[in-house]
Design a protein around this ligand. Sequence first.
Ligand SMILES: [Cu+2]
Length: 160
Amino acid sequence: MKNLGHWLVTISFMFGAFQSYGGVAQAHEIKIGKLVIHHPWIRQPIGSATVAGAYTTIDNTGTEDDTLIKVTVEGVPIAQIHDMKMEGETMKMAEFNDGLLIPAGKSVELKPKSLHIMLMNLKSSFMQGDEVNGTMTFAKAGKVDVDFEVVAATAEAHKH
Ligand SMILES: [Cu+2]
């Protein structure tokens, strides 16, 4: 199952259909309370870049809102939860100082060019296929261990 997942990802990159990545999201999920965290992954940094994006989809199957307030990734000095938006022709990113709301009954998707976890001041690069341990802390559900899968970089750079 694991190998099949990698293979599907490779195919989707070949066709440039990055968004279709969600097709393998079922492969790996973590539950805490009423939250389901689908397939956390890190995009392999380009070249010697010292930043990388981490992504996941979080479902809140409960009847109360929750908030993602903190993310840690082993070996990463700084991990921030970022929003991204276009201002005219410029892409801007900002940290959620009060955390990322995960509304009751809703699903929040973190993905390239959108909401993301920004990993900064990387000392060593991640390699495709690596599994990296980390944690996510939610205001109500609490702290949970997660493992991020490192996925190959695409040609699209993630600039800060
Ligand atoms: Cu960012």
